[in-house]
Every structure is written in structure tokens, then in C-alpha cells.
Design a protein. Structure first.
Length: 85
């Protein structure tokens, strides 16, 4: 019985807890998204946010080329990213 309890605690600590933490961080990031940020989508498309309306984000991916995404598909902020030269 004690062995099963230890296994459950280890499983929770190494599997469930980190996943819950990552979900919380992603939710906080999604709520902090604002116009003008440079972001990358979950599919790898880079762009600058030009408009946010009701969960739909418009990215400028090239000059005068705009694409719409759901707010949940934005995965990272690249505004202050440092690129290697």
C-alpha cells in the first residue's frame, strides 16, 4: 500500500505538476498579448501583431501580408529575443 502511494506521489511530481505549471504560464502569456508584439505561432509562423479582436489575432507576416490566428495558437513572444549573428 505504501509503495503505491509513493508511486502516485512520484508520478504527480514529475508528470502532472510540470504540465499544470506550463499550462498556467501559457494562459498568463495569452492574457498578456498586446498589439505590436513580435510572436511565433504554434505552427512556426513569425509575425507582428497588428490587431486583436475577440480572441482573433491578426499578424503581419510580411509587408502588407496579414494572417488571422486564434489567440491560443500564439506560443512565444519574440519582441525582446536576441538572434545570433
Amino acid at each position: 500500500m505504501g509503495f503505491m502511494l509513493v508511486l502516485i506521489i512520484i508520478f504527480w511530481y514529475f508528470m502532472i505538476r510540470p504540465q499544470m505549471k506550463a499550462q498556467k504560464e501559457q494562459k498568463n502569456f495569452e492574457s498578456s498579448i498586446e498589439k505590436g508584439m513580435e510572436v511565433v505561432t504554434s505552427s512556426g509562423i513569425l509575425g507582428k501583431i497588428t490587431k486583436i479582436e475577440e480572441g482573433i489575432i491578426t499578424l503581419e507576416v510580411a509587408p502588407k501580408v496579414y494572417m488571422k490566428f486564434t489567440q491560443g495558437s500564439i506560443s512565444k513572444d519574440l519582441t525582446n529575443a536576441v538572434y545570433p549573428s
